[in-house]
Design a protein around this ligand. Structure first.
Ligand SMILES: [Zn+2]
Length: 325
């Protein structure tokens, strides 16, 4: 049976041969579900897309319920009985082989959650789960700034710092699927204490919330700042903000320069809110990476193209890979 339909402004032919990819993104504070097909994926269009904020008191159970509800809603709206495959981007470490979440730093209750198994039982199709930075790296490689490059490190710099590798044109996850943790590489062993228990990690110096915390701790009187606000103050010429921003940018640049020496990727793609901090930040990151890398090691550092949906597009590519076996 073939059906011509217009959904979400798209003229579509949906028949038994049409592959439908249902994708989910578990972010720290946002939950997103979207649906696409092969045809739409090539055009970077969604058949449907729903996003909800995760409440402050969220747990793994409430987040999972929300995602399942959003997924069912999408399928019902498009009149699709079943997705071909489900792709999931999860904001935390994941065992890629089994689709089990190791933990979440933002939401309690995710420890050892068999996410792929749970969603497969719910949606009756194969499910693939990856860490959000790996998913975003794949998204940028297939559809964004990394198109045509066979080696890159994608780095998201926002509330945390995460990374995902593409090597020889394919995701490289490492032997325990923990590769790409550039956020917790140490650039200053005598530096301030990081959430992970070590000192002077890239994340401790380069992520937005720590900029705000450091500014508040130094200044003494201000409260309620954000990383974005510190970047704005820096752009207005505030000396303290400029110093904190440059220290963060240098820490990231050192991490990138070290990664360049170790792996020699062609490209670094930077995404996340902090990557919107302006010219001073970009110039400092590039300069410091250049200074750290050997003169014979060449690379480019470019902004991500897919913005907030990068992990979701990556999840769609993963779902397609899963469907194709
Ligand atoms: Zn750390």
């Amino acid at each position: 049976m073939e059906e011509q339909s217009t959904i979400n402004g798209e003229q579509l032919t949906i028949n038994k041969m049409t592959s439908l990819y249902l994708v989910f993104d578990f972010g720290g504070s946002k939950l997103t579900a979207a649906l696409t097909t092969d045809e739409l994926l090539a055009k970077q269009r969604w058949l449907g897309h729903h996003r909800e904020f995760s409440p402050l008191a969220a747990t793994a159970v409430t987040d999972l319920k929300t995602i399942i509800r959003l997924g069912r809603k999408l399928l019902a709206e498009t009149g699709v009985a079943r997705a071909t495959a489900v792709g999931v981007s999860f904001g935390g470490p994941v065992d890629y082989q089994t689709g089990t979440v190791r933990l979440s730093h933002h939401v309690p209750g995710w420890e050892n959650m068999p996410l792929a198994e749970t969603l497969a039982a719910e949606f009756g199709c194969p499910v693939i789960v990856d860490n959000d930075a790996n998913a975003a790296a794949l998204g940028e490689h297939r559809l964004g700034s990394g198109q045509g490059f066979d080696s890159l490190l994608y780095v998201t710099v926002s509330t945390g710092v995460g990374g995902g590798w593409i090597l020889n044109g394919r995701p490289w996850r490492g032997h325990e699927t923990m590769a790409g943790e550039i956020g917790h590489t140490v650039v200053d062993p005598a530096g301030p204490l990081c959430l992970c228990g070590k000192r002077g990690c890239v994340e401790r110096l380069a992520s937005g919330p720590y900029w705000a915390a450091d500014y508040e701790a130094e200044q003494g009187r201000v409260r309620g700042l954000s990383g974005k606000r510190v970047a704005e103050l820096a752009a207005q010429g505030d000396e303290r903000a400029r110093r904190i921003l440059q220290r963060g940018a240098r820490a990231l640049g050192v991490g990138l320069g070290n990664a360049a020496n170790l792996v020699n990727p062609r490209l670094f793609v930077l995404g996340g809110g902090v990557a919107k901090s302006g010219k001073l930040w970009w110039r400092t990151v590039r300069q410091s990476a250049r200074e750290m890398a050997l003169p014979e090691v060449h690379f480019e550092i470019v902004p991500a193209a897919l913005a907030d949906d990068a992990p979701l597009w990556g999840a769609a590519v993963l779902a397609r890979m899963k469907a194709e076996g």
